[in-house]
Each structure stands twice: as structure tokens, then as C-alpha cells.
Design a protein around this ligand. Sequence first.
Ligand code: SF4
Length: 327
Amino acid sequence: MAQKRVLSGMRPTGRLHLGHLDGALANWLALSETHECYFFSADWHALTSEYADTASIHDNTREMIADWISVGLNPEKVTLFVQSDITQHAELYLILSMITPLPWALGCPTFKEQQEQIQDKDLNTLGFLGYPILQSADILLYRAHEVPVGQDQIPHIEITRDVARRFNNFFGDVLVIPKVKLTEVPKIPGTDGRKMSKSYGNTINLADTPKEVETKLRPMVTDPARKRRTDPGNPEICPVYTLWKAYETHENLEWVRTGCTTAGIGCIDCKMPLIKKINERLAPIQERRKEIDADPAKLDKVIADGNERARATAEATMADVRKAIKV
Ligand code: SF4
């Protein structure tokens, strides 16, 4: 039986960190075993907020795709591509924007939310308003059956479904209506206890050396009530324990829980085996990354091959779209 197709993208922010590895990428790796996967660098999406400084977008895309491969995504099994290399995204975006009622875009909850949250950039642009429609074009172009998203992204997929239905009502059954594949991605805490994110400067990067991992993790925020070594702690509110849960077996978690709640172990005792575990996890990824960096032409070819496969799929959809709209 043919595998269902999924599509997912990531904004090119450069080298990746543990938040990506144990969040979206763990999910992508699992999907690559069961689905036909298209994963792309959403570099045009990056433009919606980074239009005033585009200098790093191209290099960030390469770095990010190299990291995808280093964590185990097999480019022969999944299609890895770059959004801006497939101009059909722009063409379908334009056509969909013609049929999308303005209130659908204006009513998208993330539009107002992000305009309020991101104060250092002027997001009062047509491009930013149209972002969910560009995302709809990304999905519909590949006739994806399912789109893996977290709860907060569901409104975007709802718009995509509405836009696709509206297109099909006007022009016949051309676009596949995608389904939400609700995926709970664990929130990996950064060293300050907030969600791990480059913009907070609290990341453990896939490229960090063992020494760097240790330097970052030793002072990591813990249960704030545990001030002295003799104070018992509460692992449930400790971000270090949340990291432990991402890496460890039940038995070792029990060691942390008991040690913490009885003050049997101190926070450094708790962090050191975790540091070791993270470094063991990163070592093979960094080895693979070295091999990728040693042969840049090979990475060029991986991206070119992915683009070619993506373009063929996108063009097949666009041929049907053009025929249907008769323009
Ligand atoms: S012992 Fe571990 S789980 Fe407990 S507060 Fe310290 S770092 Fe957190």
C-alpha cells in the first residue's frame, strides 16, 4: 500500500540545538519510517520577519540541512529541499491569495499574537499577513495527506483546508484536503529553564564540544527552592529533571527522583551523568556532521536532488491548477 505523504518545514535559523533534536527532528525521524516525507527549509517564510537583514538566510539553510542529515535523516529516503528553489510555491501562493477572503488571514490567531510579541521588527507587511496562505501553498503543492503540527498550529492547517475547499469549489477537485497530524513535541528546557531557543541564548547546540556542554549545564537552573545541598528538592519543577526525562530510562529517573527528594544527591551529582549522556548522544551526530562538512559538493548534490524531486511533484500539481483555472 502506498505510504501517506507528509510535509513539514523549518525556518533556517542556522545550526540546530537539542530543542530541535528532541522536538521536531525526533518526530521527522519517526515519520520517515512510516510516511513519504517532504521536509523543507522555509527560507521564504524567514523573509516574512527577516526581510531587513537577509544576509544569513542562505548559509543558515545549508547549515540546517547538513544538521538534518547528521541526526539521521536519510536524503535517499526523504525529500529534503529549499522552498525558494521551487518557484511553484510563489505561483500557487499568488493564485490562492486571489481566492482567500481577507478576514481569513486577518483572523489567524498567530497574526495578532506575533505582531504583539515581536516588538523589534515591523511586521505590519502584506507578506506577514499572507504567511498562512504561503504555508497553505507549501502544503497543497505537494498534495500532502497529513501535516504534523502542534496544537498551536492547528488554525493554520484549518485555513489551508478552507482555502483548498474554496479552490476546489471554484475549479473542481484538484487540491488534496490535508489532515492535521497532531504531534505533541516535548518542550525541551534551555539552561535558564525557559523553552530552549536561540533567541533566549539558552541552547545546548548539536555542535557543542563536551567541555561546552558541561560549562553550560553545570550552572543550569534547578528547583529554585533547593538552596542548600541538604535541602530536599522537587524534580517535577526542575528543568534539569525535564532534560533527564528526555534521555533516561525509568531506573535512572528513579535514582534522580529519590536522590533529589531525600537530598541524597546534590544538583551537581545529578547533572554530571546527564552531561555524560548528552555528550554520548551528540558524539555520533558530530562525527556524521564532520563527514558532511568534508565534502561540500555532496551536500550540494543532496540539496539539488531533493529540489529536483520536489519540483517534479510541485510542477505536477501546478499543471493541474493552471489547467483548472484556465489562466
Ligand atoms: S537534584 Fe537534580 S532534579 Fe533535583 S533539583 Fe537538583 S538538578 Fe533538579
